[in-house]
Write a protein that binds this ligand. Structure first.
Ligand SMILES: [Zn+2]
Length: 384
């Protein structure tokens, strides 16, 4: 393999040091989804990062309490379908986590900090690759990089944008964290979210017990039935993760509310289970059951086109001395679910290696920064 100039940018002795410094600066800017001013500061940092490269920067204003989105374009200005890179710059960690619970620190090969693994590490390294490929003029297709502000809450304001760019893309590369020694992701379950409201009849629990219709008791029956829908063989799980109800210990409760999270491996299952949940009926006529919600992210299935993209990545990785593997289907969803469901070949988990996503022991492996940046650069150069 002849070294392209994009790869050469990551081959000098200081590449890793530069990336540690760059990523540290990104992690130092906290960016929880629900603090749009903070996420916008992170967008400023990312935009400044490519200001000195031949990259066109478009900034789309945020809405509905979410921050802005950056659309970066580079590569040949042709009408061909682009390679689309997807990264989110929001994190699940509230403001103050950096100072209180998860300070930025380096311990051997590990860099700790809020969002360093999910996914500032991946977004950062992919942006460096994008920039160097742009500088080298090495891409065969147009390149588009979307940096979004709301993935961690289900991408309510950016889903149409992601789908719009996805439809016009030849391939989608997602920089969610790598798994278990650098494995990438080629399939994910779909996710549905539902809120259930059970209404009964209130009564004094001592003097009028027989008149009451206990909403918590009815909810309990419904919950057991919903949880029993879990079928590991079929790849379907249901779980009730939130519940509230009642007003006082000596009152038979009128209301009970709970939330259901479902995960499915196949699109048809998503439709079937959504119908089932939205059609829940009370077990006794004196209760009312109402359900809102639906499938949020459709399943990301490992189609032939996804497999072909993975094989291409494996070949490119092998030239870099990396034995690239993928993980069995994961239960966690990402924005890659949206593009994969449109039939666009999508490869995910291209971000940094590490562990502890969404926890206070989240870390990235420093030794994965340069190899993953090289892998991303080669994908951007070689996908035709
Ligand atoms: Zn993520």
């Amino acid at each position: 393999m002849s070294l392209t100039s994009a790869l050469r940018a990551f081959d000098d002795a200081t590449a890793e040091t530069r990336m540690i410094e760059g990523l540290s600066a990104w992690v130092s800017v906290e960016s929880p989804t629900r603090a749009p001013e903070a996420v916008n500061k992170m967008m400023d940092v990312a935009a400044a990062n490519v200001a000195d490269a031949p990259v066109e920067i478009e900034r789309l204003p945020g809405r509905d309490g979410m921050a802005d989105t950056l659309v970066l374009r580079a590569g040949p200005a042709t009408a061909e379908r682009a390679i689309l890179v997807l990264s989110h710059l929001d994190t699940v960690h509230p403001l103050g986590t950096l100072e209180r619970d998860l300070p930025l620190r380096i311990d051997g090969d590990r860099m700790y900090g809020p969002g360093v693994y999910d996914m500032k590490g991946g977004a950062y390294l992919a942006l460096q690759a994008f920039k160097e490929v742009a500088r080298a003029g090495a891409a065969k297709r147009p390149l588009v990089f979307l940096l979004t502000p709301d993935e961690e809450v289900g991408s309510p304001t950016t889903r149409p944008l992601i789908e719009d760019f996805g439809r016009r893309a030849s391939h989608v590369l997602v920089t969610e964290p790598a798994r278990d020694g650098g494995r990438v992701v080629t399939s994910r379950k779909g996710v549905g979210r539902f809120d259930v409201h059970v209404e009964g009849r209130p009564a004094h629990s001592g003097s009028r017990h027989a008149d009451g219709r206990n909403a918590i008791r009815e909810a309990a029956r419904q919950i057991l039935a919903i949880e029993a829908l879990t079928d590991y063989e079929r790849g379907v799980t249901t779980s009730v993760g939130l519940i509230s109800g009642g007003t006082a210990m000596n009152t038979i409760p009128q209301h009970c509310r709970f939330s259901v999270d479902i995960r499915v491996a196949a699109n048809a299952d998503g439709e079937e289970f959504a119908r089932l949940l939205l059609g829940l009926k009370p077990t006794e006529p004196d209760f009312k059951v109402s359900v809102t919600g639906g499938m949020n992210r459709p399943p990301y299935e490992r189609t032939e086109a996804v497999s072909a993209l993975f094989e291409h990545a494996r070949g490119v990785a092998a030239e870099l001395g990396i034995d690239l593997r993928d993980v069995p289907r994961t239960g966690g969803a990402s924005d890659g679910n949206f593009t994969a469901a449109l039939g666009v070949p999508t490869l995910d988990g291209l971000g940094v290696d590490g562990d502890g996503a969404h926890t206070l022991h989240e870390y990235a492996l420093i030794s994965s920064l340069v190899p993953r940046a090289k892998l991303m650069a080669r994908l951007l150069e070689t996908l035709g």
